[in-house]
Ligand binder design. Structure first.
Ligand SMILES: Nc1ncnc2c1ncn2[C@@H]1O[C@H](COP(=O)(O)OP(=O)(O)OP(=O)(O)O)[C@@H](O)[C@H]1O
Ligand SMILES: [Mg+2]
Length: 449
């Protein structure tokens, strides 16, 4: 999609220079030479970025900025200020300008700031689109599975397919990847959705208690067994049984479970009578099931029985495309009434973090940040190193302009190199600058590759 940059400056040569500097296939321009026209043009064309001169005849730049912030709070505005007007520039920042540039500006700085603003605008659009695409039902029940990566799309299809059968399902993945959420979705979409859905955590109890928990016991089965107690397998009759952490189930119990899965019948502890229960089993393991078999923690015969359909949920670090929609999802979940944005830099940084606790860690990070934070821009302290403190937040205004641009530039270059796996040509393309400039920045900032 083409991007529209709206330039507001009373000097025609200024507008011309800017257009020359930015001309690219995917960019279009709108121009106004005064504040009143600018507002009209904004309404009609809805640009992705506004470049706004501060000295305008009639309605001046700051007033246009104020009006724009009211009408289009999401639109990034870069103020163009004359040399030596830092007071007004600071006021512009306080009034919500995305950034400001002092005229005459250096081309490199200009290009970087524009690029950053356009990225920001992309992000904002993406977020808005995600908001409107939300599955409201699942959202209401807190069961929505967010993910747009190819692997997650495949998993969604698989959930659809296995929902219509009674076959056992084995779900594996690291801790916090959403295995239980997937199990819930399978149950919710199945014919058994209105029948019992019973969960057992096989890692939480010692062997005898776990056996009694799953299969129940007769009165007098052991000391303290005062009455007949039905097990979860029996309680799940007609419905679905979720066996979480199946790899932690003691081996003798795995033998019993296998037999039960094959026949559907079992005896309660201390009982003689066979009980039949029609159960669909979903099993979860947070380790790689095949290595659990190899290491003797999961019986091979049980594994084959359960492994009719296997869903492997990849860790978050292997599907970073899912991070932006997940962030958005948790922001809405924990701060539904407040408009909160995430800064592009935080987003970029969080895509470089490995999230060992996966989505649970991401969710907890966002939740605690939203509880503690007062501003409406989300940033993650835990993954920010001190020297990388946000050079563009409000209280950084007393830093001098050059320092701010330099640190931003350096970060952008590092991020682009990281993203491209140190491929300089690709990094330069990501930044929208040429390779020569990238090389010179790498040298200037002594960035190690
Ligand atoms: N794709 C997703 N979209 C939205 N929320 C998710 C997603 N994946 C996980 N979550 C959320 O992350 C948290 C952890 O998910 P879940 O309990 O399903 O993980 P798990 O794989 O079972 O973890 P563990 O192995 O530690 O039990 C939950 O709050 C869940 O709602
Ligand atoms: Mg779980």
């Amino acid at each position: 999609m083409k991007k529209l940059i709206h330039i507001v400056d009373d000097e025609a040569f200024m507008r011309r220079n800017i257009i020359d500097a930015l001309t690219r296939k995917d960019i279009e321009f709108a121009e106004s030479n005064n504040g009143k026209d600018a507002i009209k043009e904004l309404e009609q064309r809805q640009p992705n970025l506004l470049l706004l001169d501060i000295n305008l005849p009639g309605l001046d730049g700051l007033s246009v900025l104020k009006e724009t912030r009211q009408l289009y709070p999401q639109l990034p505005v870069i103020m163009l200020t004359a040399h030596g007007t830092s007071e007004r520039a600071i006021r512009a920042m306080k009034n919500g300008a995305f950034d400001y540039l002092e005229k005459p500006f250096e081309l490199d700085e200009f290009l970087l700031i524009v690029e950053r603003a356009l990225n920001y605008s992309d992000l904002v659009n993406e977020v808005q689109q995600l908001r409107s695409e939300k599955d409201h039902d699942a959202q209401l029940t807190g069961n929505e599975i967010v993910g747009r990566s190819e692997v997650m799309q495949e998993i969604f299809k698989l959930i659809g397919k296995v929902s219509i059968s009674d076959a056992p399902v084995l779900i594996e993945g690291e801790s916090g990847t959403g295995k239980e959420l997937i199990a819930n979705a399978i149950q919710r979409h199945s014919d058994r959705k209105d029948k019992p859905y019973i969960k057992v955590n096989c890692g939480a109890l010692p062997e005898t208690l776990l056996e009694s928990e799953i299969f129940g016991h007769e009165k007098g089965a052991y000391t303290g067994a005062h009455s007949l107690v039905l097990g979860r397998y029996e309680l799940a009759n007609g419905g679905t049984l979720l066996l979480d952490e199946i790899n932690s189930m003691p081996l003798p119990l795995q033998v019993k479970l296998l037999r039960v899965l094959e026949t559907g019948t079992f005896e309660r502890l201390g009982g003689e009578k066979s009980v039949y229960s029609n159960v669909r089993v979903i099993a979860i393991t947070n380790r790689d099931s095949e290595s659990e078999v190899a290491d003797g923690r999961l019986r091979e015969d049980l594994f084959y029985r359960l492994n009719v359909v296997k869903i492997t949920v990849p860790p978050l670090r292997d599907r970073m495309e899912d991070l932006p929609p997940l962030v958005e999802h948790f922001i809405t979940k924990y701060s539904p009434d407040k408009k909160i944005m995430i800064s592009p830099k935080t987003l970029e940084r969080s895509q470089q973090y490995s999230w060992p606790g996966n989505i649970r860690e991401l969710e907890n990070t966002i939740r605690s940040r939203l509880v503690l934070g007062q501003d409406n821009v989300l940033s993650f302290q835990k993954i920010e190193t001190p020297e990388k403190s946000d050079s563009l937040d409000e209280n950084a205004n007393n830093l001098n302009f050059k320092e701010r641009v330099s640190s931003l530039e350096k970060e952008l270059v590092i991020a682009a190199l990281h993203k491209s796996g140190n491929n300089k040509a690709q990094a330069a393309r990501l930044l929208g600058i040429n390779r020569r400039l990238l090389y010179s920045k790498v040298g200037e900032y002594e960035i190690e590759i």
